[in-house]
Write a protein that binds this ligand. Structure first.
Ligand SMILES: NC(=O)c1ccc[n+]([C@@H]2O[C@H](COP(=O)([O-])OP(=O)(O)OC[C@H]3O[C@@H](n4cnc5c(N)ncnc54)[C@H](OP(=O)(O)O)[C@@H]3O)[C@@H](O)[C@H]2O)c1
Length: 271
């Protein structure tokens, strides 16, 4: 199997897409390093992975904290002496209108979704250079390709990710470094529970979009296929693809449909 004995560091492995990727990669007997902030949730995923793979470590890391990322990268390298694949997956979304959202919340969204992957990738690039090879996977979003309502800071952070990692693809500083940007649409994960809102309180609900989203296992399988094929960009989405098509080829329709979303508050907001 392609990922057998490859060392793979996954951020945001305690839940959702990261957890599912870990389980699928464990079944391929990859050697895993599972990173996130919540130790207990990580240990549960680790135990599930150890049913299939002999090597699986956990790493407590907050991707918004530079020291945590630097220390985490060094620790990660010590576990197995190398890293073959970095999956930048940790992220947090948003459910609040732009006009209500304080700049502090936008900064927080940028810290987790943009600066986290940037810091960790920068910390590991020297290692990939020494190895003369490596793979970087970035879980962006369809929100990185268009500005949909209720997600201003999230959209901005994911757009920034696209620009940064597309530059890594075009500069190609290491000949055998492969970078895959993944753009999921709505996936059935608990992501909206922790979504940042205008008040600073987590959203605390499953958004209907996620409730009816693509099954997380299907999404993780598509990501693995894209990684295996070393795709530069992969979209894992349904209606969002059509919306993107309208944005490119018939912008008035994109704005008409997207603006309707302004008046469709996510469940649980009471507005
Ligand atoms: N679900 C969707 O519809 C969807 C759509 C497009 C893109 N995505 C992207 O897919 C990725 C995974 O999302 P998901 O749906 O699987 O969400 P999820 O189930 O909420 O998982 C998010 C993961 O990120 C970790 N995380 C959050 N903040 C962190 C921080 N400061 N430091 C380290 N880890 C942190 C969380 O772990 P801890 O809380 O334990 O730290 C958790 O493991 C994200 O980048 C998201 O933007 C998701």
């Amino acid at each position: 199997m392609y990922y057998t004995d490859k060392v793979i560091l996954i951020t945001g492995a305690s839940s959702g897409i990261g957890r599912e990727l870990a389980l699928l990669l464990a079944k391929e007997q990859a050697w895993l390093i599972l990173a996130a902030r919540r130790a207990q949730a990580l240990e549960e995923v680790q135990q599930a992975c150890l049913q299939y793979t002999p090597r699986c470590e956990t790493l407590i890391m907050d991707v918004t904290d530079e020291v945590s990322v630097e220390t985490g990268a060094k620790l990660a390298l010590q576990f197995f002496g190398r890293i073959d694949v970095l999956v930048n997956n940790a992220g947090v979304t948003q459910r609040s209108l732009l006009i209500d959202t304080p700049v502090s919340a936008v900064r927080k969204l940028m810290e987790v979704n943009f600066f986290g992957p940037v810091m960790l990738t920068k910390a590991l690039l020297p290692h990939f250079k020494t190895q003369q090879q490596g793979q970087v996977v970035v879980v962006s979003s369809m929100a990185g390709l268009m500005g949909y309502p209720w997600r201003s800071g999230y959209n901005a952070a994911k757009h920034a990710l696209q620009g940064y990692f597309e530059t890594l693809q075009t500069e190609q500083p290491i000949p055998n470094l492969y970078t895959t940007i993944v753009c999921p649409g709505r996936i059935h994960t608990p992501i909206t529970y922790s979504a940042i809102t205008a008040t600073g309180e987590p959203f605390g609900h499953m958004d209907p979009g996620q409730a009816h989203g693509i099954p997380v296992e299907k999404c993780a399988r598509r990501i693995l296929t894209a990684m295996h094929k070393r795709k530069k960009l992969v979209m894992i989405a349904r209606a969002e693809r059509l919306l993107l098509w309208f944005k490119r080829f018939f912008p008035p329709l994109f704005y008409f449909i997207a603006r309707k979303g302004v008046n469709l508050p996510p469940a649980g907001t009471g507005r």
